[in-house]
Design a protein around this ligand. Structure first.
Ligand SMILES: Nc1ncnc2c1ncn2[C@@H]1O[C@H](COP(=O)(O)OP(=O)(O)OP(=O)(O)O)[C@@H](O)[C@H]1O
Ligand SMILES: [Mg+2]
Length: 341
């Protein structure tokens, strides 16, 4: 049995079936990221693991113990929220000590744990301040510190960085990765942000409508998506998907064919596997994204990613070749077809 084991875990809100029998085995020390569109059940599933929502079906095991119906305080988990949820009238030190005081840990041990966590999180010089005297990033680090001092078996994060601006998000993301390397703690992390998911995760869990679409390492999901949903959810800009008959390479049973923007190249108009007109050119400096209406059809718009700066403008006619070795084939039900076909 793995360290944290979800077996057929279900959640109903009255007659709304929110989590539809999730099976997931998480190993000790793994960094797991839940991603998926808004409303797919990421927070619900995390809160069920934390014990903040009842589990209506199935079983949850942690380190060999059945915690399906255990009180949150008896689960040995610590959760960090987007909203930080710090006590505003307490100092950083008091915020970080609070749970340990409740657990009747000795003052000397509390002091030691808080000092060590503060050092890891670069908070030592802020221990006597209250949350309103801190920046958003510092507050989020206090919230993480409060979780660390409890030495939980599993850390749970629900979009911890989404209140921060882009630069601070990037910096805090690196800090969280560093912290995970240092502590080696089993972590489940919910995010909307693909870059966070791809850079932090050992394995990513893609959820949709209360079910798991795929579980895999970031590159497994990128290179071998199990279906059309995962293919288009992972990767920015998203994978181009068109009717299979438009392509030279065919695969038995495929009705749609996908190709990532970076696996296509521009050629002369009329000479491409696909041909069309340029709708828009996005020059981003490091790369150029060329939007093309295949056969003049705006319903069949694709994006080609180039690492040079082509001399192109809207309305130009172009041909596009797809790298035949990087095509993805999808059956009518959206599942990916692989191997010889
Ligand atoms: N207390 C509740 N009562 C009824 N329905 C709820 C409740 N909490 C969540 N839901 C529903 O359950 C589904 C999953 O919600 P959840 O908050 O887990 O989504 P999420 O994936 O975290 O979305 P987001 O990315 O927007 O945070 C949604 O359809 C939501 O409306
Ligand atoms: Mg949520």
């Amino acid at each position: 049995m793995s360290y944290l084991d979800l077996q057929g875990v279900e959640k109903y809100y009255d007659d709304f079936y929110a989590i539809k029998g999730i099976d997931l085995a998480i190993e000790k020390g793994e960094f797991i990221v839940f991603v998926g569109p808004s409303g797919c059940g990421k927070s619900t599933l995390l809160r069920m693991i934390a014990g903040l929502e009842d589990i209506n079906g199935g079983q949850l095991m942690l380190d060999g113990r059945d915690i399906t119906h255990a009180e949150p305080a008896h689960r040995d988990l610590a959760m960090v929220f987007q909203s930080y949820a710090l006590y505003p009238h307490m100092t950083v030190e008091e915020n970080m000590s609070f749970a340990l005081k409740l657990a009747k840990v000795s003052p000397a041990e509390i002091k030691d744990k808080v000092e060590k966590a503060a050092e890891k999180l670069n908070l030592t010089q802020y221990l006597k301040r209250t949350p309103k005297e801190l920046s958003g990033g510092q507050r989020q680090r206090v919230a993480i510190g409060r979780a660390i001092v409890r030495s939980p078996k599993v850390f749970l994060f629900d979009e911890p960085l989404s209140n921060l601006d882009a630069a601070l998000r990037g910096q805090t993301r690196v800090e969280i990765a560093h912290l995970h390397r240092e502590l080696g703690a089993t972590t489940i992390y919910v995010t909307h942000d693909q870059v966070e998911a791809m850079t932090l995760a050992d394995r990513v869990v893609v959820l949709q409508g209360g079910i798991i679409e795929q579980v895999g390492t970031p590159l497994e999901l990128y290179d071998t998506p199990a279906n059309k949903f995962v293919a288009q959810f992972i990767g920015m800009p998203q994978m181009n998907i068109l009717p299979s008959q438009l392509f030279r390479s065919q695969h038995e049973g495929a009705v749609e064919t996908g190709v990532r923007p970076e696996h296509m190249a521009l050629v002369a108009h009329g000479e491409g596997e696909l041909n069309g007109d340029v709708e828009m050119v996005e020059s981003l400096g490091n790369e150029t994204l060329v939007h093309i209406n295949v056969n003049g059809n705006v319903q069949q718009q694709i994006i080609v990613r180039l690492y040079e700066r082509p001399n192109l403008r809207a309305g130009d006619m172009v041909g596009v070749d797809a790298d035949a070795s990087r095509l993805h084939f999808f059956a009518a039900d959206g599942s990916a077809l692989r191997g010889e076909g």
